[in-house]
Write a protein that binds this ligand. Structure first.
Ligand code: BMA
Length: 340
């Protein structure tokens, strides 16, 4: 296959381990997972489903912290190597545009995406039920909340890392207010991050396999590659013992990302290790962030494990894109822009 490249910045200090021989799939786990264990800071019982970004030579993290009263909030963390994290005990202090305190009632599953020099934090917030919350920061000191982009109920808001055709583009997964037994991924555009429209269907749950038969949801911010936008996402199946969350990979059209170009029929990571199979919620891998290096094509995927830990997994852009193309299936009308 022709060479596949990441279109983006160098990140030579990102974590990396070579693929162990005998690895079956295109993604392999960090040998010392989980990288964040239980009770990682005073008042925090568990951290999972969290976001990391390079910032000024180090790494910043926005963490989903399940506090010791069981409610999730967002806490900041710092790391020199993106593996050993120091988590702040105080939750992130959000303010409104006028600088007044403006805390969400709860906040979970954050993504952090840099667009045009600003870091946007997108999470699941309380807006008369689960909906998408947003904030921005330049310096990881002041966090200004923005208008909630969409009506309730919605989860898994994922921003693209650059404007496309002049607009911000955000993926989301319309939901219900509970544990949502359905769900496809949609996208919406905005010229100003206030007014969102031009909604399009991106991809459906389902396919030949059963691993994504109940619902799917966006994961880390899509990575721009020479083959299109590479996105890891989660797919959910139902069992007599509850839901099982796996990770899939898809490639979206670069100019019209509501069109799926290739989508692997197989999961690329599924709960197999003790920290993925056993925890507060068993059998969950839930990717929310990547670090990647355009020079080498290396990708580190950060995922929540069993709603209890943070795990890291690796792949390269060449390996994952080849795999997705080789195992691609067309699901429903994903290849087009969908119903309107
Ligand atoms: C989803 C979200 C995730 C969580 C998953 C499994 O609905 O709430 O935060 O990891 O369920 O419990």
């Amino acid at each position: 296959m022709t060479e596949v490249r990441i279109i983006g910045d160098k990140l030579t200090n990102m974590p990396w381990q070579e693929k162990p021989s005998g690895t079956a799939g295109p993604v392999w786990r960090h040998s010392n997972n989980p990288v964040i264990q239980r009770n990682p800071a005073k008042g925090i019982a568990r951290i999972f489903n969290s976001a990391v970004v390079p910032f000024e030579g180090r790494f910043a993290g926005v963490f989903r912290a399940e506090t010791i009263n069981g409610r999730p909030h967002l806490h900041l963390g710092w790391s020199d190597d993106a593996l050993n994290w120091s988590i702040e005990e105080e939750r992130i202090a959000f303010v409104d545009e006028a600088g007044k305190p403006f805390q969400p009632n709860y906040a979970y599953d954050p993504r952090v995406i840099k667009v045009d020099g600003t870091y946007y934090i997108i999470w699941c917030t309380d807006f008369y039920g689960a909906a998408i919350g947003a904030a921005k920061t330049q310096d990881f000191k002041t966090f200004v909340r923005l208008e909630n982009p969409f009506l309730p109920f919605n989860r898994n808001g994922v921003l693209f890392p650059r404007k496309i055709n002049g607009n911000y583009v955000m993926l989301s997964r319309p939901s219900d207010s509970g544990h949502t037994p359905f769900g496809d991924v949609f996208l919406s555009e905005s010229p100003d991050f206030v007014y969102w429209g031009k909604h399009r269907h991106v991809m459906s749950k389902g396919g030949q396999g059963w691993w994504q038969s109940v619902k799917i949801g966006g994961g880390p911010a899509p990575i721009e590659t020479t083959e299109g936008w590479l996105m890891f996402y989660h797919g959910v199946t139902g069992t007599c013992n509850g839901l099982v969350y796996s990770m899939g990979a898809v490639i979206l059209d670069r100019d019209e990302p509501s069109k799926v170009k290739y989508r692997s029929a197989n999961y690329v990571l599924t709960p197999e290790e003790w920290y993925e199979e056993l925890g507060f919620v068993n059998n969950v891998v839930f990717p929310c962030a990547t670090l990647h290096d355009a020079e080498t094509g290396r990708i580190a995927i950060y995922y929540g494990a069993a709603d209890t830990y943070v795990g890291v997994a690796y792949t390269t852009v060449q390996e994952i894109v080849e795999y997705v193309k080789e195992t691609s299936e067309e699901v429903a009308d994903d290849a087009g822009i969908g119903m309107m």
